[in-house]
Design a protein around this ligand. Sequence first.
Ligand code: ATP
Ligand code: MN
Length: 260
Amino acid sequence: MSPHRLRVDREKSKVKDEDVIKTVEEVFDSFTNYHIYRLKNTMKAFRELRGTISAGKEARVYWAKGWKGEDVAVKIFLTSSAEFRKSIKNYISGDPRFPSLPSKFRELVYLWARKEYSNLSEMAKAGVSVPQPIAVSGNVLVMRFLGEGGLRAPLLVEAARELEAEDLERMLEMLIKDVESMVCRARLVHGDLSEYNVMIWEGRPWIIDVAQAVSLEHPKSRELLERDVSNVFSFFSHWLDVSEREESLRRSLEGCLESR
Ligand code: ATP
Ligand code: MN
């Protein structure tokens, strides 16, 4: 599978690098620039930002180079979105891992970034395929880059039309195992799982975007899990007969939820 084509102009990469750094400095406030600086120079989590991968409402993702020349992904959460504030609160209060909420919005976003970092670590430890987290400081998270040469891997939604039924079967099987490990071993529910938050790389699915993942004790965990499972199967049902597998996963997850 070829990485998703992005407008990364290798010929002009020097000019582009400077553009990226300038844009980053203009877009982000001095706090964010401090955390970028700290991750680079003190924590040595990466060496330089190279290109923009994604610019969403709540976060930006950049391609960066590590000190050993490896690719890394740098996710910067925006500290200026009002909607973000509400959604953060909904996914943090009720999670026993975070007993108190900071009153300053900036601190809340820092907590959100640390939550994505710890969710990634806990999931990786449980055997779920997620990008390995590398470091976090303030609202900036550094993790393994999925893709190569600055070209990100395709999302499941982009890759699916190029996959044969046989490959889709394998992807679904691997995703089912990952959801089981996430719930039964990491005791976490993703909360925003869909074909848009799964990347296809090295012949397998990788689950991304886990900041909102909640522990099983969270009051909304069941409802969120229900939606995650429905999203996955309704996507694959365009090509495959999934009903048996869906039932069997729901049964096995029910078992894990009851053994609390
Ligand atoms: P959106 O609202 O656009 O979904 P988000 O705030 O939810 O953004 P993510 O889903 O984590 O953030 O990342 C946004 C995009 O950045 C992803 O859809 C993917 O294309 C890319 N991306 C995220 N993590 C990585 C990674 N580790 N390696 C390569 N690309 C990544
Ligand atoms: Mn996403």
